[in-house]
Ligand binder design. Sequence first.
Ligand SMILES: [Ca+2]
Length: 480
Amino acid sequence: MIAVERTIDRTARPGPALSGRALLAPVLLSLALLALALLALGACGPTEERLPLRAPTDRPNVVLIVTDDMGWAEPSCYGNEVYDTPNIDRLAEEGLSFTQFYANSPVCVPTRFSLLSGRYPNRDGIHGNSGLFKNEAADEAMAHNLPRLLGDAGYVTGLVGKWHLGFVRGLLPNDRSFDWFRGFLSGNLDYTNLRNWSGKKDWWENTELAPEDGYLTHLITSNAVKFVERHRDEPFFLFLSHAAPHTPYQAPGDAPVRSREDGHIEVEEMRKDVPVAYEQMVTEMDDGIGEVLDTIDRLGLGPNTLVVFVSDNGPRKYGQTGPFSGWKTSVWEGGVRVPCIVRWPGQIAAGARSEQVAITHDLLPTFVGAAGGEFPADWTYDGIDLMPTLRGEGALTPRTLHWLYRTTREEIRAGMRQDDWKLVFGMNRPLLFELDSDPGELRDVAAEHPERVRAMVSELSTWARDVAAMDDFWMQTQSL
Ligand SMILES: [Ca+2]
């Protein structure tokens, strides 16, 4: 069983769990709302400050902010001691921070697929950064995805920024139930001239190329702000999908690194001072998050808007992973444990923190539940509704989580978390770590717990065969 409210020392910065001051916040908020209501009755204030038309808990808007390759310890509220992220910190001060939130994969595509499908990516044949094309299982999963369920519940759905779940007709955001798309289809973009890795322009509105001038992060922010303003009077779901701090490392004003139209990259030079560029990129993104929060609050939408901040996987070497080992592409904690903060004033205590183990595919049932949406009866979702956790209700839910990542070289990187135990396949054998006392996965205790190792390997390999259809991994484990 997971220990209740167990803390890892180095995770202490997200703030106190449910402090007295935090518990007062809903009361203060209610008083503030009452005051606003009285003001509205007495005089016609500026239209920008009018009260929301809906009650705070009636189908909240959902703003899902996803960063690309941002490490667990990069927000300053999670321990970044190099630079500050005041707007992400503001979310933590006004909401709940998860200390044990995981990405479904150590790379982009599978995590983003799970985000929308609410399922393990392996269930639908997505084991790495490919596998979407001519994949009927994936098509079926996307027919039951998050924007579809929220759309059916009466939401207008928009994606601003990175897609990376298919480049051809049939796989585009509008084909996957988003009402509106303004962003790029590739895994990453030149921040200055909006060209993808092969040098092609990649900035769209729905299914048409739609050029815009500006620094990529700024464009993502401005289009997100416009979406919120445009849909202020109806329930909306905004997937705000940032490119930063993914490569190429470019800050505002930097020269383009990709410049030809004919499918080849002419110049691919990174800045020599990458740590400085990286900090600038995160700072620009943090500023943009602040602009979106300001817009939500300025329009009076705060009390009925669920805002979630999360990363899609761990960082490359310029990012920060705090106490954890490993980077992007590994199933060590540094590759899959990510920051996640949720704000919903009046519903979630300000400054709260949770040790609940959670994962990307939990967001679908959480959002659809909050929206009062309906789940198809004949379809499997893998996640749990996190709303009781967010409201500070009940004990922690024990979890078993699986990771199976197939690299481009067909190497399978496998991991499993069961309660506080973490199994990682490395050096051609399973390694076991006790995360409670060893979050850095530095001390392999497999030899001390052979029965536990056998049981976990058996469960993971059976899951690989029966759910993920990865018979090769199952075969590998039979000789252990
Ligand atoms: Ca990523």
